[in-house]
Design a protein around this ligand. Structure first.
Ligand code: MIC
Ligand code: SF4
Length: 640
């Protein structure tokens, strides 16, 4: 029986377990990446492990999220990461060099390799044929130490692309269509593998847009074959030696099939506040726009910005539109500067930001009250733009650019007739903003600013676990709800005590104080609890607040792992209707918690209501050990 590409790469990296779907496997990681907002915690944890040098083929530390530098905290974090990277064998991509995923694709990604990143959009690397997975910082620290990364052996979904995109329709519309069909919870423990004739028509950056936003499906990752397009791209990046052809076997067996006929696809947009609330642009055309933002790791490539420049050339955005562009990398921005496209953008009224995440994570450019903001980004979760009353629509660079010019949401189909933009034969190569690690590292002094606080300590699981239901939240709660990120909070990513004051604040600002007053307790969630970002802070802040368990209808993959890594019980209602009977303030207790975790079945008693809920903890034996020890760091220490 033939293999999928996913299975081939897993097979060549498998070190623990068997490739049986649904079972836990351990794979060895070739490359890791961190970014600054998750990196500080990852490196504090790496330091705590006492390993002198990383054991991966290549590890990179990027600075891209947190560059406003309103106070000393940001640069203190940068200096910590820079020095710890130098000491332990990690390459350091300096602020200004670009968004981690864009730079990784350009300069470091290798088809067929595994990549683990402390950022949920690490699957961008799937555009190059890598098995690229997002994880919490602690998991990345463990991978840097050379230990395997554990996943559930995924199901593989075949996404069959047929036809060719029409002018005005782009690969962003392809992933929006997949999200429309499969939803934000449709991808858990699945890899989306792209095949079909249509694949050949897509360049690497276009493929990377799709694998990037595949994160919004909740998928383990997404992947494209490595083919002639990949070879051309790597050659143009001066790295043809990294190329190898890779594809699924013709007789590979897939678990599910999704089909997208690109030739009839229309421009799409995800409406507020979820990436799967997808409609045709034509259905809501004419919406008056306050802001158009172009960039993010989804759509900030050279090709994307060239298309935008082409559409806005010679025109000026009307006065009702603030037009913001954050280029993906120094390579992209320099090339636009050299070929004149940057001047076209500036002349059209673009406000060009430095190369980084910027408005995508609410670092500046918050739109006005009640704004309509059109963004080429990947997430439009409530409040993420920095303006809670804003409506954010996710769409393609083509739709964004033409709408910026028209001042209203505009369907590019038929309106935008782009000339063929051919990919450069050679990209501009200049890696001087990537600092190599010291050859030994022993002499390097790690610099820790005063804002960098140790991560909260956890304790082994007690026999009896009790506390109040401190908050009851609904479905699809994102990590942006649990641990919001914006220009005011991102500087405190190294300071969990401070950050925890804002934990779940978008749902209930009194939650943190209530948790502290009650010496912790439980969170009650709906389905897909913890979707979105990989930020471990969404588990670390609850640890600090004394949260012992989360009872939910279901969990998003990365967040569930982060809870377990930090000793918080992730419990799933066996009868979903039980969720309706719990109210905030109910007294809950788990007797014989250790035995319950070992059995994977917990009786959660609601003392207030006199009810007992059957809860499942469906995790591996390894993860059960972690919960008993009170988290991964404790487990590692106990085994030393
Ligand atoms: C995001 O897009 O939500 C982030 C900010 O990049 C996060 C990482 C973080 O919270 O620091 C992610 O995607 O994992
Ligand atoms: Fe940065 Fe936005 Fe990409 Fe997250 S999604 S890595 S914040 S650009």
């Amino acid at each position: 029986m033939g293999k999928t590409l996913t299975e081939k790469i897993i097979a060549s990296h498998l070190v623990v377990g068997e490739m049986v779907k649904g079972q836990e496997i351990g794979i060895i990681i070739d490359q890791t990446l961190t970014q600054d907002s998750t990196g500080t915690m990852a490196y504090l944890q790496f330091e705590a492990m006492g390993i002198p040098r990383v054991k991966t083929k290549k590890s990179l530390a990027y600075i891209d999220h947190n560059m406003l530098q309103e106070g000393p905290e940001n640069m203190d974090d940068h200096l910590y990461i820079q020095s710890v990277a130098k000491k332990h064998g990690i390459y350091y991509s300096r602020p200004g060099n670009g968004i981690c995923h864009q730079v990784q694709i350009e300069r470091f990604g290798v088809p067929g390799d595994t990549l683990l990143g402390s950022d949920s959009h690490t699957p961008t690397g799937g555009g190059l044929g890598m098995l690229a997975i997002g994880a919490g910082g602690l998991d990345v620290a463990v991978a840097m130490a050379g230990d395997p990364y554990y996943i559930t052996m995924p199901k593989v979904v075949k996404v069959e692309l047929t036809g060719k995109l029409r002018s005005g329709v782009s690969s962003k519309d392809v992933i929006l269509e997949v999200l429309r069909q499969c939803t934000v919870k449709g991808g858990v423990n699945k890899v989306f593998e792209y095949t079909g004739e249509g694949v050949k028509t897509l360049t690497v950056p276009e493929r990377a847009t799709i694998t990037n936003m595949g994160a919004e499906l909740g998928a383990t990752t997404s992947i494209f074959p490595s083919d002639e397009m990949t070879e051309k791209f790597l050659d143009a990046q001066g790295r043809v030696e990294d190329y190898q052809p890779l594809a699924a076997d013709d007789d590979a067996v897939f678990d599910e099939i999704v089909t997208v006929d690109m030739s009839v696809l229309e421009p799409l947009t995800a409406c507020p506040h979820s990436p799967d609330k997808v409609v045709k642009v034509s259905e809501i055309e004419g919406l008056v726009v306050n802001q158009v933002a172009i960039g993010s790791c989804t759509n900030s490539s050279w090709l994307d910005l060239m298309k935008v420049a082409e559409i806005v050339r010679g025109k000026t955005v009307p006065e009702n539109v603030s037009f913001v562009i954050a280029p993906g990398s120094k390579q992209v921005l320099t090339m636009l500067a050299e070929n004149g496209a940057l001047a076209d953008l500036l002349n059209a009224g673009a406000r060009v930001l430095e190369c980084g995440c910027g408005p995508c994570i609410g670092m500046g450019q918050a739109p006005c009250t009640d704004a309509v903001s059109l963004r080429t980004f990947n997430r439009n979760f409530f409040g993420r733009s920095g303006t809670p009353s804003a409506d954010v629509y996710l769409l393609s660079p083509e739709t964004a650019a033409i709408s910026a010019i028209e001042g209203v949401l505009t369907n590019p189909l038929g309106k935008v007739n782009l000339p063929e933009i051919t990919m450069p034969e050679k990209f501009l190569l200049n890696d001087t903003m990537v600092v190599a690690p010291a050859s030994e590292g022993t002499e390097v002094v790690v610099i820790k600013g005063p804002n960098i606080k140790p991560f909260p300590a956890t304790k082994p699981l007690k026999k009896t676990v009790e506390g109040q239901a401190l908050i009851v939240v609904g479905d699809n709660i994102t990590t942006d709800h649990i641990m919001p990120s914006n220009a005011k909070l991102l500087p405190y990513r190294s300071n969990i005590p401070y950050l925890s004051n804002y934990c779940l604040a978008p749902c209930d600002p009194d939650f943190p104080q209530r948790a502290l007053d009650n010496k912790g307790g439980f969170i009650i969630g709906g389905s897909n609890y913890g979707q979105g970002s990989s930020r471990e802070h969404a588990a670390l802040a609850p640890v600090f607040l004394g949260i012992k368990g989360v009872a939910a209808k279901s969990f998003a993959r990365i967040h569930q792992n982060n809870l377990i890594n930090n000793g918080i019980l992730p419990m799933v209602f066996e009868n979903e209707s039980d969720y309706d009977t719990i109210a905030q303030g109910d007294e809950l207790v788990i007797e014989n918690a250790q035995e319950a975790v070992k059995a994977g079945k917990v009786s959660l008693v609601n003392k207030t209501k006199g009810l007992t809920y059957a809860m499942a903890i469906e995790i591996s034996e390894r993860q059960k050990e972690m919960l008993l020890a009170g988290g991964l760091i404790n487990l590692i220490k106990s085994k030393k």
